[in-house]
Structure formats: C-alpha cells, structure tokens
Design a protein around this ligand. Structure first.
Ligand SMILES: Cc1ncc(COP(=O)(O)O)c(C=O)c1O
Length: 439
C-alpha cells in the first residue's frame, strides 16, 4: 500500500476559482456557437476535474484488471488501487474503520441496501420509519416497498411553507414505534439543511437509528460524519466530482455484521456448497460480483481533489455564489425562489418558478444561452405537491462556478421573460382582426 495514495490530505491548496476552473476540462467548451458552457446542473451530476479523468483513464488504459482474484501484476495493482480507494473514502469521511465503507452503484443502491437488508431483517410489523417531506424518491420509494412487505408505517415530518424542516416537526411525527429516521442532509430542490445534529441527539436519546442521505450534503459544506456518527450514510460518486456508477454505503459495524447481504453471488462468499454459502468478511460481504473498480479509484481521486482545498474556503465561495444568485434572481419580476429565502440557511441550490414560463421552457431557452439548468420535479414529486407547484427550474452551484456566470443567468432570464411578455401582449390573430380597422 502506498500511503500517499491512501488518505486525503486536507486543506493544502488555497482555493482560487480561476485555478479550479482550469482543472475542469468540460468547462472549456462552447455548447452553441459563441456560447461558452455555464454549468448550473451540479446537483444532477457534477463536472469532473482532470485528476478524476486521469485516474479512470489510467485504470482503463494501463491496468484494467479484476480485483481480489488474480495473481498477476495487473490484478494486484487494480486490487491495491481499489482497496486504497476505500481507505481514501474513510479518510475523507474522517473515520478509521474502512471495512464499514461499502462500494455500491450510488445513493439509490445504498439506500435500497439498507431497506432490503436491515429494515427487512430488523423491523417488525407495526414499527415505523420517519422521513421528511423533503426526500428524494431514492429515500422514499425503497421504504414504501419494505413498509408494504413488512407492515411498517411511514411517517413524515412536515416542512414549513418555505420548505424548512424544524425539530418541532420531527418531534411531532415521532411515536414510540419509530425505529429509523431517514433524512436528507440537503434537499436537492430547495437546498434546505435539516438540523442533523439535533436529529442525532434526539435519535440517540430515543434509541432510534438514523440514515443520512448525503447525496447533496457531502459535496458541499461541512457535513461532519465523524461527529454526527449516524448509523447509515449513503452518497454518490458522480455528485462529488467523481464518476457515475459508484457510490458508498457507510454504516455502523455491528449493524453491517448483523445484516444479511442484499445481493449475492461471487466475491461475497468464502465457501460455497451445492446448497449453502458462507459470507465473506466486511466489507466484501456486501459487494457481490465485480465492483465498479475504475470508478471507485476515480472517486478516491475526486475526494482527494476536493479535500485539498480548505473546506471553509470552498464553503465561503459557494455561499457567495448562492447569495449572489438570490440577489440576481430576486430582482426578476414574477420569479419566485422555492424554499428558504435566506441563503445563509441553505445549500448552493436555487430552484425557482417564473410566472410567464413553464420550467421546461426556461431550461430549453436557457440552454440556447449556454446555461445548463434542470427542470421538472427533480425526483421529489411529494415535495412539489406539498409546495403546490408541478415543477421547478433548478440552478445548482459548485466550486467551479463564478458570480459572473450567475449574472449571465440573470440576463438570460430577463431576456426570456421579455420574450414571453412580448408574445403575451401580441394580439392573437382573432383579436387582431377585431381591433384592426375595417376595410
Ligand atoms: C438528495 C438525493 N438523494 C438521492 C439521490 C439519488 O442519487 P443517485 O441517482 O446517484 O443514486 C439524489 C440524486 O439526485 C439526490 O439528490
């Protein structure tokens, strides 16, 4: 094991946005003639720095071998890099026991694993799972499935009209039968930051397990997994500067040891007979089949890249982007930001609706200006129903964005609004006939 490759080295590189932008090859392109890319879709998937591209490329080009079972040089190299990647994830999370880091395909698979394995085996009919109204379908549908199967109750902590999640709402939704609180660390629509430390205190007092959906929370700000010490954490590589196809489930050792595998096959067994199998040790017990090898190695490169900047400097940059976005968007008549109005109380996401235009039209027209945003329900249909809107347009920011780009978003939205208003005020052919002088 090469120690330099394993851990993440924190805060060694001062944050400087232009230097950061130079590291992201996909930023340097025109998406339409004369329109350089402005990428505000990082909540869907982030861009990837050179070091991630190179890590994946090196695996593909030089040592594209399977892990754990070869005795040749390439396989040993792949195995070492893959297991080093696990150490890098543990080091990024600030935890010591890397056997608690399970590689999955992403947040969705990680949460499904907890639902299919832990909830199925540890919960009894009548037990309850507490969610919030903010949750992504990934942190809702797996619980619906297991609830139906096992006769569990799903309970929901209600949000305020501006999509804040308060402790009062969580306490109001608690019953003695709640065995798990499964909550997002940051809403992928409103940027809401649930009070995780207080949730953890409450859960510890009441002996309730906690799952944190860190898909959006981990890439930004100061999600301190070591201090919070939740029972389960799920996140995706592709939202934290890494590749698609890899994610992590991090969980308490005693829970992982008691949980049955959620998927079976090769690699996760030590002995197999015609009618039985004996599970491998952690973490491999939960990694059936060939894992996402190059992707895990590239994820480690992403975490090393991100950790190299002082976290407070990245957070300050992203906060200034969000503050600027609230200011710029707030000046556009008829535009309404969805969720908390105070940018200090949310993550770097600004979702909005505009009186004149459907979010899908906005996204399409912004694309012509080179601005990539996302529109729709963002896999949070119940949240949109609660907010009384069918869809929203979402601009999400990351460390490589600039306030100038946000100004250009504002200008593009102004011109789109002006276009819709011109159209709305243009008389229809019938109305034009009525108002035109008679011949
Ligand atoms: C809060 C949240 N949870 C879960 C997911 C699912 O992540 P993935 O599709 O990478 O599994 C997402 C993706 O948008 C998300 O934003």
């Amino acid at each position: 094991m090469n120690p330099e490759n394993v851990g993440v080295v924190r805060g060694e590189r001062p944050f400087e946005v232009e230097a950061v932008r130079a590291d992201f090859p996909s930023l340097h392109q025109e998406v339409h003639p004369g329109r350089p890319l402005i990428y505000f879709d990082s909540a869907a998937t982030s861009l990837k720095p050179d070091s991630v591209v190179q890590a994946l490329d090196a695996y593909m080009a030089v040592y594209p071998s399977n892990v754990h079972r070869g005795l040749h040089v390439l396989s040993e190299r792949a195995t070492e890099a893959f297991e080093d990647a696990r150490e890098a994830v543990a080091s990024f999370l600030g935890v010591e026991d890397s056997a608690r880091v399970i590689f999955t395909r992403g947040t969705t698979e990680s949460i499904n694993a907890v639902a299919m394995s832990w909830a199925r085996s540890a919960l009894q009919p009548g037990d309850a799972i507490l969610l919030s109204e903010l949750e992504h379908h990934s942190n809702l549908v797996p619980w619906q499935m297991v609830a139906k199967e096992k006769g569990l109750e799903l309970r929901f902590a209600e949000i305020t009209d501006d999509a804040r999640l308060e402790m009062d709402a969580i306490e109001a939704a608690l019953t003695d039968r709640v065995r798990l609180i499964a909550v997002t660390a940051m809403s992928n629509v409103t940027g809401t930051l649930p009070p995780l430390a207080d949730i953890m205190d409450l859960a510890r007092r009441r002996g309730i397990r906690v799952l944190i959906d860190a898909a959006q929370g981990l890439p930004h700000g100061d999600l301190d997994i070591r201090r919070l010490d939740p029972d389960f954490v799920a996140f995706s590589g592709h939202k934290i500067l890494g590749p698609t196809g890899v994610g992590v489930l991090y969980a308490k050792r005693e829970l992982l040891e008691a949980m049955p595998p959620f998927m079976t096959g090769g690699s996760m067994v030590v002995r197999v007979t015609r009618d039985s199998a004996e599970w491998n040790d952690l973490p491999w017990k939960f990694e059936a089949g060939t894992p996402p090898i190059g992707e895990a190695i590239a994820l480690a490169a992403a975490l090393r890249y991100l950790a190299a900047f002082p976290a407070d400097q990245v957070a300050a940059h992203e906060r200034s982007l969000l503050e600027h976005a609230h200011e710029v968007l707030g000046r556009i008549p008829g535009l309404r930001i969805v969720g908390p109005t105070d940018p200090a109380k949310k993550g770097p996401i600004a979702s909005f609706t505009m009186e004149e235009a459907h979010p899908h039209d906005l996204a399409q027209l912004l694309d012509r200006h080179g601005v990539a945003i996302r529109a729709g329900h963002h896999c949070t249909m119940p949240l949109h129903t609660r907010l009384g809107i069918p869809a929203s347009a979402r601009a999400s920011f990351s460390l490589y964005n600039t306030t100038d780009e946000i100004d250009r978003l504002g200008e593009a939205l102004e011109s789109i609004r002006a276009m819709f208003r011109r159209r709305a005020s243009k008389p229809t052919p019938a109305a034009a006939r009525q108002t035109s002088p008679a011949h």
